[in-house]
Design a protein around this ligand. Sequence first.
Ligand SMILES: Cc1ncc(COP(=O)(O)O)c(C=O)c1O
Length: 501
Amino acid sequence: MSIDLRAGPPLQRQAARTIFEKSVPGRRAFSCPDTEVDDFEIAELIPAHARRAQPPRLPEVSEPELVRHYVGVSKRNYDLDSGFYPLGSCTMKHNPRLHERAAALPGHSRLHPLQDEQDAQGALELMWNLQEALGEISGLPHVSLQPAAGSHGELAGVLVTRAYHEARGEHRTKVLTPDTAHGTNPATVTMAGMEVVKVATGADGDVDIDDLRAKADSDVACLMLTNPNTLGLFDPNIEEIARIIHDVGATLYYDGANLNAVMGISRPGDMGFDIVHFNLHKSFTQPHGGGGPGAGPIAVSDRVAPFLPRPVVAREDDGGFMLDDERPQSIGRLRGFQGNYGCFVRSYAYIRSLGAEGLLDASETAVLNANYLLARLRERGVAEYLPLAYGELCMHEFVLSGGPMKRELQIKTLDLAKRLLDYGYHPPTVYFPLLVDEALMIEPTETETKETLDAFADAVAAILAEAAEDAAIVQAAPYSTPVRRLDEAAAAKRPVIRQAF
Ligand SMILES: Cc1ncc(COP(=O)(O)O)c(C=O)c1O
């Protein structure tokens, strides 16, 4: 037998077969004791419409095969537990294992969503406390935990804004979004049936105030803004921006997916924002990126509070907790039950174990780490080919432009990203924000060590040196991964998930 080494390491090739392809009739990973109730009686307990004519086709494998299969599959991917993952805008910070233990406690993990409120007081109290904490962190006191993702929170926020204007007898149709906005912002606006109006970015990377003034009129429902923006810059004109927007009767929406630079330092509510969404699966350590479901709660100011999704968790006069459904102006429900409860437990554990001081420290360290890495890359001579796109310093992330690298070394940002995989790193975000030529967006987070940041800077410098010698080496990377270069658009739109590589 000959082994085709080009097809990747043998273990990875083995994992490329599906668990169904490994199935052999009669093999079992475990055995259940016989039930004393016969099959017919069990079947009778299941309503007729929910019964299957045939049992489901399940893979039949032994326990070692089962374990090897899933361990093998997990090794075909890159994950935060394996190495540095500086994916800008995604805040891939370490997820403390303590949070998993808290979420796995039977009182949390076995809670049924239809459980009576009186029997779920502990869970409701946790949710209420989380609402209070997010209200305090954002400076916006009214919170809904319902949305299941950042983009779902955006949709909730835009629908709340629309309901607010309609309750005042106004039909506003436009939403302003800067050209640095995350792609979900314009997508959300379109989904909510409103019109996206782009606002330009000035030469310094901040909102172009003249352009904003020209576009802010009485048709505008809100401005959606990220601050710090996706260039990693804090907009110093935020109070002026808030004035312009409020003067035309619109609301100000804060895309708070990335609160990592500002926790305990500045608050959207104090900057003049009316609505914010949080990604608990970024700043607040809920695992994400295939690692778990997300949660995108929103917090709002007094004037838009009546329109929040319902129910919200409320505290009663006697100190008990309940789901408040009596909200006549609410935009209604956004999903079944109360949200992704496990995310609430993990994020609450994070907030309580760090406390106010700890959250502040996390943000300061995130900003320090990003600026350290930026300085270290400059020191390694990288700026000649990958200069900072805007400004001199950054907040929790920064965006380099690979334009000079492409012109002088004939490698694109995508080539550099692919070669980083061979060096053992997950690539940073590429080609976003769109206004930066050959963008490379790097977010190290606060949970990485100086040694890791130094080694990453060395790797980028080494790849540039390789390209200076022979661009083809970098252009053909990666060499060490289970798959080489994919047709990325086709892989996203028509994934072939069963093919053995
Ligand atoms: C700035 C920003 N806004 C919104 C989102 C959307 O969040 P989600 O992916 O949970 O829908 C993201 C996530 O990538 C983001 O980085």
